[in-house]
Design a protein around this ligand. Sequence first.
Ligand SMILES: C[S@@+](CC[C@H](N)C(=O)[O-])C[C@H]1O[C@@H](n2cnc3c(N)ncnc32)[C@H](O)[C@@H]1O
Length: 276
Amino acid sequence: MTSDRTIDPSAFHDFEHVGWERAAEHYARTFGTLTVQATDPILDAVQITPGTQLLDVASGPGYVAAAAALRGATVVGIDFSPAMVEDARRRHPYLVFEEGDAEALPFEAGRFDAVVMNFGLLHLARPDAAIHEAYRVLAQGGRYAFTVWASPDKAIGFGAVLRAMEAHGTTNVGLPDGPPFFRFSDVGESTRALAAAGFSNIVVRTLPLVWRLPSGDALFEAALHGGVRTSAALRAQTPQALAAIREAVLAEMRGYAVDDGIAVPMPVVLASGMKR
Ligand SMILES: C[S@@+](CC[C@H](N)C(=O)[O-])C[C@H]1O[C@@H](n2cnc3c(N)ncnc32)[C@H](O)[C@@H]1O
C-alpha cells in the first residue's frame, strides 16, 4: 500500500477524506473499541489538569476529548470528516467538536496548553505539517502527544491482515500512495519528527494494548470496514482472493483464542514533547 512512487499529497488527502466519511459508521464498534484504551495514557503524557485548554486533533468519536473533559480540561475536538464530527457531537453533546484539518489547524498561535492526536498521524498526507501545526497552536510550556500502532510484526491485528493480503491477494490495487503507514512506529523517527518541529523533553514509549474481539471474523470485518487504507485494499481484491485472505486471517487468529473470543496484541507507540 506504499511504494517508492512519488506521493501526491492532495490525492491521498482526498482519498482519506472519502474513506473516513465511509468508515465513520463502522469505526466506533470496530477500531474504536481498541483506540479508546489509549485515552488515559495520552492524557497523562500531556499532563492534563483541571483547566487545561486541550485540542484533540483527529478526534473521531471524541473518546479523548470526553475523557479530558471528565478530568476538568476545557476541550475542543477537530476532525476533517463531517460524519465523524456529527458522531462525536451526538455522543458528547456538551462538548465542542468542529470540522478542521490537522495539517492546517484553524486556531491562532499559542491558543492551547495541550494538543493530542490519538491514531491520527498515520492517516495524514502531510504528517510533519501536522506536527508543526500542533507546535504552533501550543503555548510555551505546552505539551503534545500522539499515538500510532507499533510495527505489524508486533501489532498482530494489522500484521495478520497485511501478511494474508501479500500471500493470497495483492497490495498493489491502484489506491493513491500515501506516507508509510508504520513510519512513526519507529522510535527514532518519531523522536526526529518531534525534534524537527521544535519539541524538547521528547519521550517515546510503548503501550501494550490488547484487542479483545468475539471472533477472528470480527477482526476481519473491522479491517474490511473500520479503516481507510487497509479497508480499501481489501475491498479491491477479487472475491476469490478476499475469501483466501479471510481464511488466512481466521487461521492466524485461532492462535489468539481465549474463552470468549480472541485477544490480539496491538501495542502502541506513544510519543510526546514539550514546547519550550
Ligand atoms: C483512526 S481514527 C482516530 C479517531 C480517534 N482519535 C480515536 O482515538 O479513536 C482517525 C481519525 O482521523 C481523522 N483524520 C484523518 N485525516 C485527518 C486530517 N487531515 N485532519 C483532521 N482529521 C483527520 C479521521 O476522520 C478519523 O476520525
